[in-house]
Design a protein around this ligand. Sequence first.
Ligand code: SF4
Length: 326
Amino acid sequence: MLEAIDLVKEYPVRGSDRVVNALNGVSLTVGPGETLGVVGESGCGKSTLAKLLVRLEEPTSGRVMLDGVELTALTGRRLRERRRRIQMVFQDPYSSLNPRQTAGRTLDEVLTVHHLSGDARGRSRRVSELLDMVGLPPRFAERYPHEMSGGQRQRIGIARALAVEPQVLLLDEPVSALDVSVRAEIMNLLVRLRGELGLSYLFISHDVAMVRHLSDRVAVMYLGRVVEVGPWSEVLDRPRHPYTRALRDAVPVPDPRITGPIEATVTGEVPDPARPPSGCPFHPRCPLAEDVCRTVEPRLLDLAPGHAAACHVAARTAGQSGPVAT
Ligand code: SF4
């Protein structure tokens, strides 16, 4: 359904002729009704990927396809019509909602802009329906963002995304800014909505446990590249790439006293993306690095059915030098 093909995103470095490669040839697919988890440390390119998929930003090269139509080639009305089918839910619901608008006005505005649900009475009915879908009573239509809890605000953020009847939701760390006690509620809501509405999700998170809970497949990103992809049970329980293993084992123990994003930390510094290491970009942090890793960048290879990794050692262990995975 949704397909990223060889997406590259470069940002120029101010005052220099160098560029930062935020995305370095990322290819992914999200099938109908499927959830693809995208996991990696801060700066790995996962949020840039989401922005390119909804065309909040333009790729330097590569394509985005939705149901066989190339979104990256569309403009004007045709782009707006297609783009409506992919909606984004942001990490911080407070900053993504207008503080001077009630929840009802926010939802009504989306319906009005997209010419949905008819006249004022039809839109009002639809607003109540949307609130009900996300587990809020109709009286929440009168509330302003500051009159709601973080979880309630995120429910409004999800209702706003659903207002235009999308096929795909891009969930960018949708629970990491929330209190630990409400994260499970929002995750369960997302699971329920996916089943009821037949949605596909691209679920971005640094939290491997959350990805495991929601995803059918997982893509692990490092320094703007997909380094491992496959069914979550394969990738997280039998990781082939040393970075996936380190990320999985670095999952922080939940601490109810801490709210907001908790970063899992992998040993060693994330390299400067404007000066990526030669060869395998993970080699300065990799406990298995060999000479070849410092000079030759590994390709993403299928190592088992539906399970691919970009690692020289993993490929040798699997006895593979097969085709580039997609
Ligand atoms: Fe480590 Fe080498 Fe594999 Fe890179 S290619 S992850 S450096 S073993």
